[in-house]
Design a protein around this ligand. Structure first.
Ligand code: SF4
Length: 368
């Protein structure tokens, strides 16, 4: 079986080079060519001697995600359906989204990537949840999504790239692969993104949050909060039974933050469910003593049975938080016309089937 190079660290590639009787620094050169220069075939790694390129072509491989389909949104976002065909793993399809900055003084783009194929966490407002978990992605499959999108958009890239781990999957339930990929993304010799430009969003997996707090290189932390009481959160996020708000927010309070760092709390506003003024007051109370920023995300009306909040309720919610000293911003999801908006990263091809299955399941549960 050929050796998979995508996802390997600089150290692993140095060890590989040495095991072939090459100077270890050749491993660093492969690392640089792959992640910094985005050369996805060994023949193009002209910083290596011809004999080594030939050996690599014969004995190793770089399995990049294959772009199966592109969906272009009217707002400039592009949703990629990516086929992952790593040797020895079940072939799966996941999604990544490219979101250009459309402001006049635009200087960055954001790429949203997946960390698992499907997801087992079952947040009720999320279309990915209806797929269930297919499998974890490898470090190479995670970092490969960023590389393939950067390469596809090469002509349109602005100086700064933000990466958000908010696509399919719960990143902290695939911890080792995710952190290996994140290290390559943050490594100056690798993809070289700034830590403040990479954000990992979790539904609240407390042991993972504690573990990430101990990492030397780590992304920014975002928590998908979405509720102001345990009862409310449990109704839409069953994970709250395992890690209730008190436990989750205590882990956030203990999370080591630098002087200019904060935790982002995402709050999907579901009309008539969690968007009342008393919800805002409770959220402000919950976040007391946590350096935080709240992103309010008005629900995108779609296939799932929730309502979009009114403009007034969104503004009032934000004002209450601000008055209580909590920074709050309203985020409008991008790419709504191509199902690329947050929580909608389910495969269009399979969504109708799974939604129907879920409806049948729910009505069966209600009948018993
Ligand atoms: S919101 Fe995230 S954690 Fe929750 S089901 Fe969807 S993909 Fe999984």
């Amino acid at each position: 079986m050929a050796i998979e190079v995508l996802g390997k660290s600089a150290e692993e590639l140095r060890v590989l080079a040495a095991s072939w009787g090459e100077p270890a620094y050749r491993g660093s050169q492969i690392y640089h060519a792959l992640y910094a220069e985005r050369r996805f075939d060994f023949a193009g790694m002209t910083n290596l001697p011809a004999a080594l390129r030939e050996k690599l072509s014969a004995e190793a491989r770089i399995t990049m995600p294959r772009i199966a389909r592109r969906y272009h949104s009217a707002d400039g976002s592009v949703r990629y359906l990516l086929a992952l065909e790593s040797e020895g793993a079940a072939p799966v399809q996941v999604e990544a989204v490219f979101m250009p900055d459309t402001k006049e003084d635009a200087r960055r783009q954001t790429i949203c990537i997946s960390t698992q194929a499907g997801c087992a966490v079952d947040c009720h407002f999320c279309l990915t949840a209806v797929l269930g978990l297919n499998r974890n992605l490898s470090a190479g499959e995670i970092v490969g999504q960023v590389l393939v999108v950067l390469e596809d958009q090469r002509e349109h890239l602005l100086p700064q790239t933000n990466v958000v781990l908010m696509g399919q999957g719960e990143p902290l339930l695939n911890y080792d692969a995710v952190m290996t990929a994140v290290r390559i993304l943050l490594d100056q010799r690798g993809v070289s993104l700034a830590p403040k430009h990479v954000t990992l969003s979790t539904s609240g997996i407390v042991p993972g949050i504690e573990r990430m707090g101990k990492e030397k290189a780590r992304p920014k932390l975002a928590i998908s909060l979405n509720a102001s009481t345990d009862e409310q959160r449990y109704a839409i996020m069953p994970i709250n039974r395992k890690y209730p708000l008190g436990v989750l927010l205590e882990a956030c309070r203990k999370y080591p933050l630098g002087p200019n760092e904060w935790i982002t709390f995402e709050y999907v506003m579901l009309g008539g469910f969690n968007d009342a003024p008393e919800d805002a007051r409770r959220v402000a109370k919950l976040l007391a003593n946590i350096p935080s920023k709240v992103n309010l995300i008005p629900w995108n009306p779609g296939e799932l049975p929730y309502k979009r909040p009114t403009q007034e309720s969104v503004e009032a919610f934000k004002q209450i938080l601000m008055d209580k000293g909590v920074f709050a911003f309203v985020r409008i999801s991008r790419g709504q016309d191509i199902m690329a908006a947050c929580g909608q990263l389910a495969l269009i091809e399979s969504k109708e089937i799974v939604i129907k299955e879920r409806e049948v399941l729910r009505s069966a549960q209600n009948d018993t």
